[in-house]
Design a protein around this ligand. Structure first.
Ligand SMILES: Nc1ncnc2c1ncn2[C@@H]1O[C@H](COP(=O)(O)OP(=O)(O)OP(=O)(O)O)[C@@H](O)[C@H]1O
Ligand SMILES: [Mg+2]
Length: 258
């Protein structure tokens, strides 16, 4: 298998007395969708925020492109080409699609903004991803459906030539058709060679698009496996019990640490 594009090794994270992540190793491969699964409170969003540079880590090393890197905040992470798409915080409602996609990275022409260039780049990016349901790139984001919002947030990551995109429950609030669109887009990103991380509680979605599955159980990695090597039932057991047959954590850490 190819080298991981992004890798974290030995991550521990506590919030006060709550030890939320225990010796977590996590890898993202180019051209692959890695599903990060786990029950509510397992530590998925915390891990993503550590990758995003929003939270610091108590221990653990961060590798990008095979080299260890220093990451001190979201800017360092963005500079590596890592983008995170959050369910709710991704976009500004009062701005249109173009303004959102170029927020903080606007193109200038003389003393003003180069609206023509930004508009055409936004349109090209959406069409390169075969997004056809957005009528106008000058539409305000407040007027978009949940699925369209996700689409724009993902297109923004593509526009900025990201190498790794992490999506924290992108389909949680979506209907069937919108989920379809977002999953297609997730697959297309990986097919372009990006490393994609999908957090989802929906096993159907996970098995449809993921190449690998990393299961967290009470803040520990219970398994990191190719999705073709496990069944839905096994993944559900890994999520709910931390083990399934030969896979998973040998002893229940909840009782082991008491
Ligand atoms: N800022 C914080 N301060 C204190 N505890 C936190 C903080 N953020 C998360 N936690 C705790 O860390 C644990 C993991 O939370 P996290 O949000 O990472 O879970 P998750 O796997 O994303 O769950 P969900 O599926 O519900 O989104 C939880 O017990 C949570 O209460
Ligand atoms: Mg979460």
């Amino acid at each position: 298998m190819a080298e991981p594009l992004l890798e974290l090794r030995g991550v521990n994270k506590s919030f006060g007395v709550a030890h939320v992540l225990h010796d977590v190793d996590f890898a993202v491969y180019p051209g692959q969708v890695t599903a990060l699964v786990g029950d509510n409170g397992a530590g998925k969003s915390t891990l993503v925020k550590i990758i995003a540079g929003i939270y610091g880590r108590d221990t653990g090393d961060y590798y990008f492109g095979g080299k260890q890197v220093e990451v001190h905040g979201p800017r360092d992470v963005a500079a590596l080409g890592v983008e995170v798409v959050y369910q709710d915080l991704a976009l500004c409602d009062n701005l249109d699609i173009v303004q959102n996609m170029f927020l903080g990275r606007e193109e200038m022409k003389g003393v003003g903004l180069d609206e023509v260039s930004m508009e055409s780049r936004a349109r090209e990016t959406l069409s390169s991803l075969s997004v056809r349901t957005v009528k106008s790139v000058r539409q305000s984001v407040a007027s978009l459906s949940g699925g369209q919002r996700q689409t724009v947030a993902i297109a923004k990551a593509v526009l900025w030539n990201s190498k790794v995109v992490l999506l924290d429950e992108p389909t949680a609030a979506l209907g069937v058709a919108q989920t379809r669109q977002v999953l297609d887009l997730v697959r297309r990103l990986a097919d372009r060679g990006l490393g994609v991380v999908l957090i989802s509680h929906n096993m159907g979605d996970v098995f449809e698009v993921a190449d690998r599955i990393t299961a967290l159980y009470l803040g520990r990695v219970a398994a990191d496996v190719p999705s073709k090597d496990v069944t839905h039932g096994q993944v559900v057991e890994l999520i709910t019990a931390g083990r399934s047959g030969h896979l998973g954590i040998a002893e229940n850490p909840a009782t082991a640490t008491v």
